[in-house]
Design a protein around this ligand. Sequence first.
Ligand code: NAI
Ligand code: MG
Length: 489
Amino acid sequence: MANPKVAIKYKKIFINNEFIDSKSGKTFTSISPVNESVVAEIAEGDKADVDAAVRAAKAAFEYGSEWRNLQPAQRAILLNKLGDLVDRDAEQIASIQTLENGKVYAQSFGEVKIAANVFRYYAGWCDKVHGETLPTDNGQLVITRKEPIGVVGQIVPWNAPILLLALKWAPALAVGCTIVLKPAEQSSLCTLHITALTKEAGFPKGVINVVLGYGPTVGAAVSEHPDIVKVTFTGSTEVGKKIMIASGKSNLKRVTLELGGKSPLVICDDVNVDEAVNIAHEAIFSNSGQICVAASRTYVHSKIYDEFVKKSKELALKRKLGDPFDSTVAQGPQVDKKIFNRVMNYIKIGKESGAKLETGGERFGTVGYYIKPTVFSNVTDDMVIAKEEIFGPVQQILKYENFDDVIKRANNTTYGLGAGIITNDINKALKFSQAIESGSVWVNQYAALTPSAPFGGYKQSGIGRELGPDALENYLQTKTISIKLTPPA
Ligand code: NAI
Ligand code: MG
């Protein structure tokens, strides 16, 4: 599917079910990382556009509005319809995404399909969220209601833009909130295509609003806005901290954060080495290493260490780079020049710190932001490349001798998003799964995701959970109604 003709229909801000220019009339240029060509000029929003979007979302949430008057089962119909439309347009959405962020097309397509299922999963929850009737000590009747929290701000990154959007939109809509979304500037166009589908599905005006533009302007305006009562964010830990501060300073927004990671993958000495090498390879190199749960610390038992390193190097050398629309290609470019430079700098730091560069470590080609799959061995826990999130195709292989010791080393990080273990020993698998300080643990596989399974971080990898029933709570608040009853005569 090389060089597709991608039709870009939508380039503007979306408020009250209409695509509109930014108030300032400004635009910004989207550059494809695939070949550095211009994809489109996009309306660039600012605080004034966020204000307009919040006004629309607030009106749509008001008592008596069309959205508030919908029955839960009617919201389910809309969410199912949206899931179907996302399925229908999956090729188009995935193509735009690949052009914008360089993800290999098959993965883009698969991700859009999962997003459709996330909408359907939460469609099922619409009429199953309810409060309780509680026993009391004074004869009154106490009932609780689970009510939508109100206007929510949602800020998403570019690495899995459609899936991460679905993780945020679906539960918020299922419970009846209204939304102001700020997509990443690198993935505005695929976001706008799915946005158009919400209107086609029949969501009333003002329920979903999308303001395009940059983090320090649009993102900051969302996190500071006094009429947004909740903000959910996925992105860097650095920006996550800024969002918490802005929320605290403005109006004590409820905050859900899904942030970075330095996720460990432990390989025991009882495994089939070829299989383990394959799992570890995909766990770090998938999406050019730009995955929040990327297994960026591969801990390998000393008994199989040399063989593992040799085979990891061979596999990395075989990984085919190039045009992400070419179905034989395994790895596309990094998302943009800034991220490319950031990753290259970490590779330099790795080389200087004494880690052994087994393969890669340099740019691939001269056009587009491609980096050769890079493998470092002889990595130690104190090195920067073993501590900081690189977010690129760079594997760190570390050696261990003792199982209890490697659990402690795996936990010795400020992060806690993902973790994995490969072993045939059930005791080790269970011991590790329980002891590891991480929101998700994968056994004999890595980074598997399903709509019903909560996902989120321990420690500085985040606050709160997305997916599963847990995510509904992000968008709900509990109301207690106490009714005085006349005692029986
Ligand atoms: P970022 O955290 O700056 O961007 C994520 C989103 O936040 C984007 O929509 C961006 O416009 C917005 N944003 C930026 N500054 C903001 C602010 N002051 N207030 C509100 N919103 C703001 O991430 P970036 O710069 O794209 O990547 C830098 C690093 O962050 C990566 O190298 C990686 O380590 C990490 N990252 C982690 C992700 C994850 O999935 N956990 C996703 C993207 C980046
Ligand atoms: Mg940034």
